[in-house]
Design a protein around this ligand. Structure first.
Ligand SMILES: [Zn+2]
Ligand SMILES: [Zn+2]
Length: 297
């Protein structure tokens, strides 16, 4: 089986990174998508995967950088003759999110225009997703995978649940953090995992800056904290992802970041600091994710 890192960025429209998305492809060709942020449908096509052939989506939380490509993903599947409704597993609010997209929702005009055609009438279920809101514990199981989830610490739970996941498939264990500050539930989900894909949104200095600036979420994991998590969970391979644009050289991203992060510190050189800080505590296999990175397992 293999993993394709479809999107490795965070909440900004970064020209160098799509938003969050990880595709698991089993040896039998069956696909499981985790998160569906902006740009990941395009990257799926770049990775030689037809969105119509991806039957399963897990949304870790409903921040836009984890779900805003879902309408494009679903409508593309509809146009490309998807058979059957996509299964969408996510936190409370996922039903509300999906039920306001297609028929009678934001894309109602597209739905009515496109469903006028006979071919599109035959697979309307492609835009009638089979939504299953999950709770901590077993989130999904079929004959190929077993997915368990637990709450992680990112958005206040009364606003939105955020999940991390543990995936068992083909005798291997993979874990994905979604977005989170360091938390015990993620250490548990990742325990002895073959691969942990974990967010690494901001270096320490940026998290400190955001705590004071009040412009956005600071409940993320720093590289030093990530190294501690990977060591405590005893993971065999760590893949750091969901980079919060701190290494960007793009002029628009840098100007827009002024209120969000210490922009004078931004740049690709910070990736060396990320590795140095993870390595303070973790000495196992480490990769920094980039879009379309493929990991054969
Ligand atoms: Zn995010
Ligand atoms: Zn988030």
């Amino acid at each position: 089986m293999h993993i394709t890192m479809l999107g490795t960025g965070a909440a900004f429209p970064d020209p160098d990174r799509a938003q969050s998305g990880i595709l698991l492809t089993l040896t039998n060709g069956r696909h499981y998508l985790f998160d569906c942020g902006a740009g990941i449908t395009h990257n799926m096509v770049r990775a030689n995967v037809n969105p119509a052939e991806v039957p399963f989506v897990f949304l870790t939380h409903l921040h836009h950088d984890h779900c805003c490509d879902f309408p494009l993903f679903a409508i593309t599947g509809w146009m490309w003759s998807r058979k059957g409704a996509p299964i969408v597993v996510g936190p409370k609010g996922t039903k509300h999110f999906c039920s306001h997209l297609f028929e009678g929702g934001a894309f109602d005009t597209d739905f009515r225009a496109r469903s006028f055609y006979p071919a599109r009438k035959t697979n309307l279920e492609a835009v009638r997703p089979d939504v299953r809101e999950c709770s901590p514990g077993l989130a999904y199981e079929d004959e190929h995978v077993r997915i368990t989830c637990d709450w992680v610490e990112h958005i206040p739970r009364e606003v939105s649940e955020c999940f991390g996941v543990r995936v068992e498939a083909e005798g291997k264990v993979l874990a994905f953090s979604g977005d989170t500050a360091p938390c015990e539930s993620m250490v548990k989900l990742a325990q002895d995992a073959d691969y942990l894909m974990h967010e690494c949104t901001f270096p320490e200095a940026f998290i400190e800056h955001r705590k004071k600036s009040g412009v956005g979420i600071f409940a993320h994991t720093s590289p030093t904290e990530l190294g501690i998590i990977a060591k405590r969970a005893n993971v065999k391979n760590l893949v750091a992802t969901h980079f919060g644009h701190f290494e960007s050289t793009n002029a628009v991203i840098k100007r827009a970041s002024t209120a969000h992060v210490p922009v004078e510190l931004m740049g690709p050189h910070l990736m060396d600091d990320v590795v140095r800080d993870i390595r303070k505590n973790y000495s196992g296999s480490l990769r920094l994710a980039h879009d379309l990175m493929r990991i054969d397992i």
